[in-house]
Design a protein around this ligand. Structure first.
Ligand code: GAP
Length: 437
């Protein structure tokens, strides 16, 4: 079995992701397009589940957070005020020997391509993708693809405040695509140029900022633990003052033990009143809260838990990958939390006989309104179990010839491989009980 810190694990998960339809390199028939990926039939299910798990925890289960879905394209004014036009840069160097370009802080002074140690002076490279909106060229038509979803929450602060009658502490949450022209995208979907973020801006009275900062660090750490990432592969890392982003008064990362070592999974930042102040000054619209109890206007501080959906999916895949030996055979099993697995249930008729197909479809009709189900009739039942184990399906429901007589089916558990016979009229409850324990 590959250890958590090994290239072998990364290779195994990357291969499985491609072979089983989780993640494909983008535009592969044209030789690929570096660092972009497409999510296949199983990947799209899993990515949706990751985002749904986040939305459930961050919005649905809370009465102090509301949702938003803001535009990806934005005018330069937003990015000037946010500080991104000036400071959202990485240090770019060219290798003098092979001419490859690198992010200076990621290469320890040695060109990963040719081993040379001679580079040009580092220059600030802005990571935002710039484009033209509309058919007329010129400064007025310049637009940027957002490099973070956060700014949409700040520019809509007054809209949300007035339409929802919220008062601090409250949050605005958003899931969506962000784009960064990363100099060295790497490690599968860990760092890509197009990715999905799950961010929440939590607006608080300034005096409560420290307490909420601690609260969100603990809450976000617990979210990953609750979805199955083991304790020894998660840790918190507080940034040193000199490493903080331009907006941050304090940042703590939830880190995951990736095959290449500890690295960021999510960042929780205390952004102070930086963003609302910047946008108030630049737009002329006062982005503040009027507290009727004290008769005071104030600019709330912002605590921001900022996660990557695609990066989290990768961490969940890496943490779930396992190999064990069943009846003398090594099997690959993804021990995914049922909430994240691409399919919760696979329905497997023992043979292709039409009578079994009819009953199996009855089983599917019973389960599909509640669960994502796969239906597989090809090859031996043993092989089909292995195929479901490999993609993390927690339960298989097998329909056999006895089922036609006794209207009962067999539930087989991914992790223990234990099997149990269950009457059809109690199947939905039996499945629910097993998926939620
Ligand atoms: N609004 C704050 C912000 O965007 P960030 O640390 O730059 O903070 C937040 O990004 C999260 O977004 C990261 O922790 C990571 O999970 C994800 N992320 C950032 N850049 C990424 C990239 N190039 N590819 C994939 N995920 C990325």
């Amino acid at each position: 079995m590959a250890t958590p810190e090994s290239d072998e694990l990364l290779d195994k998960v990357t291969n499985l992701a491609k072979r089983r339809g989780f993640i494909f390199p983008s535009a592969e028939i044209y030789g690929g397009f570096r660092s972009t990926y497409d999510y296949g039939p199983l990947g799209v299910n899993m990515l949706r589940n990751v985002k749904q798990a986040w939305w459930t925890a961050m919005v649905q289960m809370r009465d102090d957070v509301v949702g938003l879905d803001a535009a990806i394209l934005g005018p330069p004014a937003v990015w000037a005020a946010s500080g991104h036009l000036e400071t959202f840069t990485d240090p770019l160097v060219d290798c003098k020997k092979c001419r490859e370009r690198w992010r200076e802080d990621k290469i320890d002074g040695v060109c990963p391509n040719c081993g040379s140690t001679e580079f040009t002076e580092a220059r600030a490279f802005n990571l935002m993708f710039k484009t033209q909106a509309g058919p007329v060229e010129g400064e007025g038509a310049t637009a940027y693809l957002r490099p973070e979803t956060a700014q949409g929450m700040f520019t809509n602060f007054a809209n949300v405040l007035s339409t929802t009658r919220r008062k601090p502490p409250f949050g605005i949450a958003q899931i969506g695509k962000s784009f960064r022209n990363e100099i060295t995208p790497q490690n599968f979907v860990f760092r890509t140029r197009e990715f999905e973020q799950m961010e929440m801006e939590f607006f608080v009275p300034p005096a409560e900022a420290d307490a909420w900062y601690r609260y969100w660090i603990d809450t976000r750490y617990a979210w990953y633990r609750g979805l199955g990432i083991p304790e020894d592969r998660l840790r918190l890392h507080e940034h040193a003052k000199e490493d903080l982003s331009h907006y941050s008064r304090g940042t703590t990362d939830v880190e995951f033990l990736y095959p290449w070592g500890w690295d960021e999974l999510e960042g929780i930042a205390n952004r102070g009143d930086y963003d609302l102040t910047q946008h108030s000054n630049a737009s002329g619209v006062r982005l503040e809260y009027f507290d009727q109890s004290t008769n005071e206007h104030y600019i709330p501080y912002v605590i921001e838990p900022a996660a990557g959906a695609t990066r989290a999916m990768m961490a969940f895949l890496l943490a779930a990958y396992d190999e064990d030996v069943i009846e003398g055979d090594t099997r690959v099993v993804l021990r995914l939390d049922p909430r994240l697995a691409p399919y919760q249930v696979a329905v497997l008729p023992l043979s292709k006989k039409p009578e079994l197909d009819v009953l199996s479809r009855e089983v599917l009709a019973l389960l599909r309104p509640s669960y994502m189900c796969d239906y597989d009739v090809t090859q031996s039942i043993g092989r089909r179990y292995r195929r479901q184990d490999e993609v993390g399906t927690p339960l298989c429901v097998t329909v056999d010839f006895d089922s036609l007589e006794d209207r009962a089916v067999t539930i087989r558990d991914r992790d223990t491989t234990a099997q149990e016979r269950v009457p059809l009229d109690g199947l939905l409850d039996a499945v629910r009980a097993r998926l939620t324990r």
